[in-house]
Design a protein around this ligand. Sequence first.
Ligand code: NAD
Length: 487
Amino acid sequence: MSATVGGALERGIFVDGRAHALEGEALTITNPGTGELVGRAASASPEAVDAAVRSAQAALPEWSRRGYADRGTVLHACAQAFEDSVDDLVPLLVAEQGKTIREARIELRKAADTLEHYAGMGREVRGVSVPGLAPGVDGRVLRRPLGVVAAIVPWNFPTTLLCNKLGPALLCGNTVVAKPADTTPFTTLRLAEILTEAGLPAGVVNVVPGTGPGTGEALVTHPLVRKVAFTGSTPTGERVGALAAAGSKRVTLELGGSDPMIICDDADLDRAASAASMGRFYNCGQACLAIKRVFVFESVADGVIDAIAAKATKLRVGLGTDPESQIGPMHSERQRQIVQRQLDAGVAAGGEVIVGGGPPDDPALANGWFFSPTVVVEPPRESPLAQEEVFGPVMPVWRVKDFDEAMERANDSPFGLGSSVWTRDLDRAERAAAELDCGYTWINSPTKVYDELPFGGLKASGYGKEHGTEALDFYSDTKSVVVKRAP
Ligand code: NAD
């Protein structure tokens, strides 16, 4: 399959190491920036899901018997082939997702890098031995793969979110059936081909595009699936978790977030304003760990709000294909409607929009789901802008009198994914690290995720970890072995 978008694409499922022709139900994929047809992809039926899971199950014995170092070598070849294909994949990702060329390149490189990270870990995995349980009796703790893993991901970062699962799952000896979002199937299908051409055995990674309730539920409930690795919204994750529990399957849920950022009076305010702008508006605000609530000390608030507003005004909104664009369209009409509703409710209740407020006026952008970078000050704390996840380029900012109030407001959320604090005061920084209820705290740092550190949320943001060596624990099981020497 050519990755370059020429005419409309037609793609079937990727199962057993090969791309199948499109047949049966199909998804229609349109470009979020132009409304033009990108192509049609399979909407996998329960029978197609069954074929994919059986292919993964058949590939399991050989793949799981290989050593970690051997699997790491294959992953290394995959990462290399992926890295070499990035330029080829960029137009495809831009066309189906909407993001800018620069953002697409960063996403794809990061995804390849994550595979490389786990490839390198192949020579480092260690086990546990417990000598002397009793005279002549020793214990060992083995790490074993779980089996077939269902990897379900959303549309905002189709490839990084998948590779966060592929890296640890494959290294640990599992096989995978991936389900991309029903609006972003093409890059994932092409990626599966690239990995297979690089040496991944047939059946180790399969891709079944399709709808959530149809394809997704058929996959989650398939009896041969032993683990569901899900990234997506909280309501869907809770449903997926319940379905998985009914089959006693392992599950990790990487769900929504409403990450707070605290800017103290002693912070480097210029850097903090830049981090706020990047953290909120990157990927058109459609990131789980985007900065979604900003709390700034009232003594410095006016200057910080002006600086953030100036940055938001300067950001160039445009088609993802335009190399000058800094912010592409939102991904869908539905997504834009949700964010507009949240903003309107916050404004009706007293919030003040100081930049943006809705779609841009530019007639050249009228066919896409564009939304201007928006800053809104002091919407009430009960409003959707404070209590719901805002998955788009709208930044609510609140003034707080001191650090205690900032911490209390930051923790006043159903979510607990990430958080950030900007201060030069060591005590405040340490308190934020210890007391913010979430899985990640950045101190005086842009909100970047590192492969070396575990990532995952609390509360409505889900449970389980991706990244870090910790991710291996969520794609493998331990088994205890006792050895008694002859008397
Ligand atoms: P979504 O929950 O609607 O969909 C996510 C995936 O689940 C898609 O592939 C979808 O087809 C599938 N799905 C939907 N219903 C299903 C069902 N009943 N059974 C099985 N699968 C089903 O998510 P979305 O709204 O498209 O994505 C955005 C959300 O993802 C946001 O809430 C965002 O915060 C979250 N997200 C979280 C992380 C993280 O790491 N925590 C990362 C990125 C995005």
